[in-house]
Structure formats: structure tokens, C-alpha cells
Design a protein around this ligand. Structure first.
Ligand SMILES: Cc1cc2nc3c(=O)[nH]c(=O)nc-3n(C[C@H](O)[C@H](O)[C@H](O)COP(=O)(O)OP(=O)(O)OC[C@H]3O[C@@H](n4cnc5c(N)ncnc54)[C@H](O)[C@@H]3O)c2cc1C
Length: 417
């Protein structure tokens, strides 16, 4: 094994979390090395952003790089269930901050972000897999393998793990732990959507619930140019029962939701139907001697409220200034300064995810007589402002959701039957 290469900050993975941290730190003049096992542009799922992302992209100087992608604007989320429709407009929200964002093809979006980081001064190595790690508070070391199997060592002063589903440090340090959320599976593809319905709003993600199995839900994320991402999330047993192979299962389930069936009746797939299973994951700690863990490499909840990229970017813009402080000789309490505040927002999203699957949130969303101020507070969380302590649905999310769902249930007139 070759020895001797060094850097200030080594970042594992060039997805949104890695690119954001790299851009922020490189702009401060640090020697930043990003190690990415794939070659970009590469496909990734996770295409509907939340407006909170815009502030994070601006904070690390990547907003303009992303804007140059001319992505499909997004201003909210629409929902359909048994013929009823509801929409949440992110511009009508309680928290300050942007109310719009984009729906992005991640191959292009992620490539623009990491290219922005490279232009800010980060060195990016593709086709390099991190497969070994030695924690050390001053000189953590990574083992890297290139595509020919040649191994070498990289010594850093700090390591950020942004390896997403690779979960490199969670696995190598034994910190991996299962999520408390149920195991679910998803089938998804991209389509030429050919949507003709004049009442379809391309500026919103559309989320549908299966008429008979409300834990089965769908997404339709329109892109520019008449393309869209379509997915169905379900308990694995329901997926299996829906057909002989994944393509059949996908189109059968899609046809069972009337609005999706209507919108996508002329759609043609532009890639194979793919399946992911058991993607929810967690980690004991988001930090250790000489390292911190960002984005999906730490905790991933669920796709339903499109919180993944927002959490990834939030973790990066929280961690980067702390790395800088630590390298300058300052003291950082990674638990108090990083993990606790980051996990607070994640916990808010978790409460919303749980309320989605146990039916409280659909009841709230489809209830048509709601106080605009309460609606605005819900809208804020769904727009990604899950760290806004002025929002009662952040500070006491579970209690507030319980109470509002109960109020809606007692006034059941507006619920679909
Ligand atoms: C079905 C589904 C739908 C989703 N929909 C949405 C959505 O609509 N909106 C949203 O915001 N989020 C969504 N997400 C979540 C989103 O995909 C992730 O949260 C987001 O991509 C996390 O970004 P990241 O930078 O942490 O990791 P990633 O984007 O996964 O990037 C990690 C990078 O690390 C690299 N890597 C991995 N292992 C190694 C290694 N050993 N060495 C070197 N490099 C390595 C990978 O190649 C990858 O490029 C969805 C997730 C799922 C499962």
C-alpha cells in the first residue's frame, strides 16, 4: 500500500452533503479532498427539494451553480386520495425564508454542486472507494482503493463522512444502528410523462395514497422537458402481491390510484423500474475522534416529505464551520454544537413521517376547514423549516399533530370516505 498522502479535510462522497461541506471549507482556503467511488454525473434518487435548501446552498456558495441548471420550479406539495385533492403551498408558510425551490434530476444537480465545490478549490477524486478508517483525534487515516484495486493511505486532520447509503464510517466504526421506522420498499422510474390534464400543477410534487391501502403511497415529481420521476412506496408484502416482476408490480399499483392512472396513461419509462428496500437507517453517534458524519451516512428517515437533501445540506453547513474552528485550535463539542441541534430538526421530520403512516397527517392535510395560521405552520415544516423554534409544530410536533388530527377527526365532514 502506498503511504504518505495528506490533506486538511477528507470528505467521503460527492453527493449534496459532501459537495456543500467541500465548497464551504474550500472557500475558507482549506485543503479539501473529496473521495467519490462513482463517476459523475451519476443517477441518484431524491429529486424533490425543499425551500430550506436554498438558504443552505447560498450559505456554501452553491446557489448560483444550482440555479444554472434551470431546474423545474417547485412551490409546494399536492395530495390525492380517493378522488379528494389538497395542496400545500410553501409560499403560505409561518417561518421566514424562501418559499420555492426546484425538482431536479440528481445526476445533473449533484454534478453541478460538486463542480461548484471544485471551482471553489476542493480536489475531487472519482473512482476512489474508501474502505478503511483509523479514527484519531489529530490524524484520522483513510484507506482508499482505486478501480484497479491499488490501495493507498490518506492522512487528514479531519474526516467528514458524506457517503450516503454507503454509510462508510457507520459500518467501519461499528456505529451503525437500525432505524425505528418500519422496513418499506420502493419501486421507481423516470418517464416521458406526456401529461395532458390542464389542471395538473407541475410546480408541485404530487403525493397519492392508495385507495385501499393508505400506507401505500405514490410520488410524481415533474421535471423540465416533459419528464418526471414516479415512485410507489409500500410494505414489501404488498409489492410482491402486485405482479410477477417489478415492472408489472409498479404499473399495476400505479393504475390502482385514479389520479395517477389518469395523469400517466400515456407515460413511457425512460429507465428500468428500480427497487430499494430497507433504506431507513440510523447511527449511534454522528461524531467521533477526528470525524463527523453528514446526511444519509448518518440517519435517513423516509422519502415521503422529501427531507433527505435538506437534512444532508443542513448537516454540511452546520459541520463545516465547526471543522474550521477545530482545525484553528478551538474547542468543539460535537455533541452539543452539531449532533443535538441537527437531530432536533430530524426528530420533527420523524414525527411528521410517523403521523403520515398512522393516518394523522393525511387527516389533517385533507381537512378543508383549517385555520390558515395552523396550515402555515404545517407548510413550514413541509418546506423544510424543521429547525424553526418559533413554530409550535416544531417545538412540540407530536403533541400538536395529535391535537390537530383529533380536531379534524371530530369534524369529519371533509374527510374522503
Ligand atoms: C426512494 C427515495 C426517495 C427519495 N426522495 C427524496 C426527495 O424527493 N427529496 C429529497 O430531498 N430526498 C429524497 N430522498 C433522500 C435522498 O436520496 C438522500 O437523502 C440524499 O441523496 C442524501 O445526500 P447525501 O449527500 O447524504 O448522500 P448521497 O447523495 O447518497 O451521496 C453519497 C455519495 O457517496 C458515495 N460513496 C458511497 N460509498 C462510498 C465509498 N465507500 N467511498 C467513496 N464514495 C462513496 C456515493 O457514490 C455517493 O455519490 C429519497 C430517498 C429514497 C430512498
Amino acid at each position: 500500500m502506498e503511504k504518505g498522502d495528506t490533506t486538511d479535510i477528507a470528505i467521503i462522497g460527492a453527493g449534496p452533503a459532501g459537495a456543500a461541506a467541500a465548497a464551504w471549507l474550500a472557500r475558507q482556503g482549506h485543503d479539501v479532498r473529496v473521495l467519490e467511488r462513482q463517476h459523475f454525473p451519476r443517477f441518484s434518487i431524491g429529486e424533490s427539494l425543499l425551500p430550506q435548501c436554498m438558504e443552505h446552498l447560498a450559505a456554501c456558495g452553491l446557489l448560483e451553480a444550482a440555479r444554472a441548471g434551470d431546474f423545474q420550479p417547485k412551490n409546494g406539495a399536492a395530495f390525492c386520495w380517493k378522488g379528494a385533492e389538497a395542496a400545500i403551498d410553501f409560499r403560505d408558510k409561518f417561518s421566514p425564508g424562501p418559499g420555492t425551490t426546484w425538482q431536479v434530476e440528481r445526476a445533473d444537480f449533484d454534478w453541478r454542486l460538486i463542480e461548484g465545490a471544485r471551482q471553489a478549490g476542493a480536489r475531487v477524486e472519482y473512482g476512489v472507494k474508501v474502505d478503511g478508517f483509523a479514527a484519531d483525534v489529530l490524524h484520522p487515516r483513510l484507506t482508499l482503493s482505486d478501480e484497479r484495486g491499488v490501495r493507498r493511505e490518506l492522512r487528514a486532520r479531519f474526516v467528514l463522512d458524506a457517503s450516503g447509503y454507503g454509510r462508510v464510517l457507520a459500518r467501519l466504526t461499528g456505529l451503525d444502528r437500525p432505524s425505528t421506522l418500519a422496513d418499506r420498499s420502493v419501486l421507481f422510474t423516470h418517464v416521458e410523462d406526456r401529461i395532458r390534464c390542464p389542471d395538473h400543477d407541475r410546480e408541485k410534487i404530487l403525493i397519492g395514497l392508495h385507495p385501499r391501502h393508505p400506507q401505500v403511497w405514490y410520488w410524481l415529481i415533474p421535471f423540465r422537458g416533459g419528464r418526471a420521476s414516479v415512485g410507489v412506496v409500500a410494505d414489501p408484502a404488498i409489492l410482491e402481491a402486485a405482479g410477477a416482476d417489478d415492472a408489472e408490480r409498479f404499473w399495476t399499483l400505479l393504475g390502482e390510484e385514479p389520479r395517477f392512472a389518469e395523469l400517466l396513461d400515456r407515460a413511457t419509462a425512460t429507465r428500468e423500474v428500480s427497487r430499494l428496500t430497507g433504506y431507513a437507517a440510523d447511527i449511534e453517534r454522528l461524531h467521533g475522534p477526528g470525524f463527523a458524519v453528514l446526511g444519509n451516512a448518518g440517519e435517513f428517515l423516509d422519502p415521503v416529505f422529501s427531507s433527505g437533501v435538506t437534512i444532508a445540506l443542513d448537516s454540511a453547513v452546520r459541520a463545516a464551520p465547526l471543522v474550521e474552528r477545530q482545525l484553528a485550535g478551538g474547542t468543539v463539542d460535537w455533541a452539543a454544537d452539531f449532533e443535538t441541534p441537527l437531530r432536533r430538526g430530524v426528530a420533527t421530520f420523524r414525527d411528521f413521517v410517523e403521523a403520515w403512516y398512522d393516518g394523522r397527517l393525511p387527516r389533517i392535510i385533507f381537512h378543508d376547514r383549517q385555520h390558515p395560521r395552523l396550515r402555515g405552520m404545517i407548510s413550514s415544516v413541509l418546506a423544510g423549516y424543521a429547525w424553526d423554534d418559533d413554530n409550535p409544530f416544531v417545538v412540540a410536533s407530536r403533541r400538536r399533530l395529535d391535537r390537530l388530527a383529533e380536531t379534524c377527526a371530530n369534524d369529519a365532514m371533509a374527510e374522503p370516505t
